[in-house]
Design a protein around this ligand. Structure first.
Ligand code: TRP
Length: 334
């Protein structure tokens, strides 16, 4: 039997190259070797200030984006169509200590972000407890592996601890303790400010949408910051980012060629940028075409995703029913 892989993504921001190389591309590759489940976690998207009019369109948009990137529709679920996640979250909350949650570094980062970047300084307690919802997302399907970035390592450790504590409390090896699946992913930085991670929230010129038109991609790479004016023996962050993009987008050969010119001191930035653009456009062309096709077929795809969510939901319902029995919750139909 194939091992189970589960990962989730928040329907916030755009699908830019950082998210693509950091997660989605890898998810697509894992589908051959594992039984995969990928969630669009809209409950999680409510933990930061958000616009309730935009959340539904953003949820569908990301669903189409994932399919265009090669994720099989039957592997995708939308979290709010499976409310059992929220119910398991409550039960797991009772098995998570306040101390554990207060050690989560992402809460500190994100609450600071709310205070500095949004119009409000309201920090919801959901932002504080969201790692427990993440544990519920994983444990409800008894996932073996969770492909995540290093920023999620602490949350995954918490999921393992919660699973083990649950098992210990009820005296039975019920939950599978999930393991992180770290894969080598390129660190994609903003092309306009290569000292910062590529992110949609930094603004237009800082990120490249996977589905952007070729002209747009070329223009943005042409404008990429290379030298920061500080001389040093090390490769500058901007140039290093261009090299990473070249390698990640399948340009192994031009990568080696350019690296040789860098080493012998004859690297031309213009040439490097041209090769990066070519590689990116080659890679994204078929994705953009697929995305445009899907746009014409929205209704049918939505129906497929609702169905896949319903199928996936039955597994979640099964787990929740067992969990309620195990923890002593009344669970009968009147
Ligand atoms: N917390 C993750 C993030 O912010 C998203 C997420 C939610 C997740 N539930 C998950 C990731 C379960 C892996 C498994 O990116």
């Amino acid at each position: 039997m194939k091992k189970k892989v589960l990962s989730c993504i928040q329907p916030t921001g755009k699908l830019h190259l950082g998210r693509y190389f950091g997660a989605v591309k890898n998810w697509a590759n894992l589908q051959d070797s594992y039984e995969c489940l990928y969630g669009i976690v809209n409950y999680h998207a409510m933990t930061m200030p958000y616009d309730e009019k935009k959340l539904v369109p953003a949820t569908w948009k990301l669903t189409f984006d994932l399919i265009a990137c090669g994720i099989k529709p039957e592997c995708i679920f939308i979290q709010s169509l499976i409310p059992e996640h929220a119910e398991l979250f409550w039960i797991l909350n009772t098995m998570t200590s306040y101390g554990e949650l207060s050690r989560m570094t992402q809460f500190k980062d994100k609450s600071l972000k709310v205070q500095t970047e949004s119009k409000t300084d309201f920090i919801s307690s959901a932002l504080y407890t969201y790692p427990v919802l993440q544990a519920a997302d994983i444990l409800i399907y008894q996932a073996d592996y969770v492909p995540v970035g290093k920023d999620q390592e602490q949350h995954l450790e918490l999921s393992r601890n919660i699973a083990q504590r649950f098992n210990h409390t009820i005296g039975k090896e019920y939950f599978t303790a999930p393991e992180a699946l770290f894969t080598e992913v390129p660190k994609v930085m903003s092309t306009a400010d290569p000292s910062r991670k590529m992110s949609a929230s930094l603004g237009e010129k800082h990120h490249i949408d996977v589905f952007a038109e070729p002209n747009r991609i070329r223009k943005q790479i042409r404008a990429a910051v290379t030298d920061t004016g500080v001389s040093s023996d090390q490769m500058s962050e901007g140039v290093s980012n261009l090299f990473s993009l070249l390698k990640a987008s399948g340009g192994e050969e031009p990568y080696n060629e350019m690296m040789t010119t860098y080493q012998n001191g004859s690297l031309q930035y213009g040439k490097l940028k041209e090769l990066v653009s070519d590689a990116l456009v080659n890679m994204t062309d078929p994705l953009r075409e697929r995305r445009q096709e899907l746009e014409k077929d929205k209704k049918r795809i939505k129906a497929i995703i609702k169905e896949s969510s319903a199928t996936i939901r039955s597994k979640a319902q099964e787990t929740l029913k067992e969990v309620k029995e195990l923890v002593g919750l009344l669970n009968v139909k009147f």
